[in-house]
Ligand binder design. Structure first.
Ligand code: SF4
Ligand code: SF4
Length: 162
């Protein structure tokens, strides 16, 4: 598996990467291209690398992941408020389990990293300058840490939905 990153300061928002591999790149929610699949799943690797090659601003970099880094493929689009609302209507997990969702308001987040430090299985700043939820729904064993991260966030940028 690979992980791709977009340098938002270099990206000229031409949209080519999204056109080449819309499962991995999106300009829908930002003025620059955002990576919405991290790590990139094997079936999207070839086209993601094509997007890297074709980027006119050389704004996309990638790294090969070690096997032990290949866990928890996420789709960041699934954490958008609209998707969260859909998921609330149709929980993805067994009703008997306690379903929790964590949502980060990226406009409030200052990228301090406290949440990642408290709940690294749930929050990550690896791909964006703000915290991204990488476990959705939040696994039961990480729910307490996610709550703690929300409490500790200095910008009240994290919402916990239960
Ligand atoms: S191809 Fe490069 S410059 Fe164009 S939107 Fe994607 S990252 Fe930005
Ligand atoms: S603790 Fe809050 S402000 Fe800091 S990175 Fe996490 S969400 Fe952003």
């Amino acid at each position: 598996m690979i992980r791709v990153k977009v340098d938002k300061d270099t990206c000229i928002a031409c949209g080519n990467c999204e056109a080449v591999e819309p499962a991995v790149f999106s300009l829908e929610n930002s003025p620059y291209s955002m990576v919405i699949e991290d790590p990139v799943v094997p079936e999207h690797e070839k086209t993601a690398l094509q997007a890297v090659d074709e980027c006119p601003a050389s704004a996309i970099s990638y790294e090969e992941l070690e096997p032990n880094e290949e866990t928890s493929v996420i789709n960041i689009e699934e954490t958008t408020p609209a998707a969260v609302a859909d998921d609330v209507k149709e929980p993805l997990v067994n009703q008997e389990e306690k379903v929790m969702k964590a949502v980060v308001d990226k406009d409030l987040c200052i990228g301090c990293g406290i949440c990642e430090g408290t709940a690294p299985e749930v929050f990550s700043l690896a791909t964006e300058p703000y915290a991204v939820v990488i476990q959705d729904p939040v696994a039961e064993e990480n729910q307490e840490a996610a709550r703690q991260a929300a409490d500790d966030c200095p910008e009240t940028a994290i919402t916990i939905e239960e």
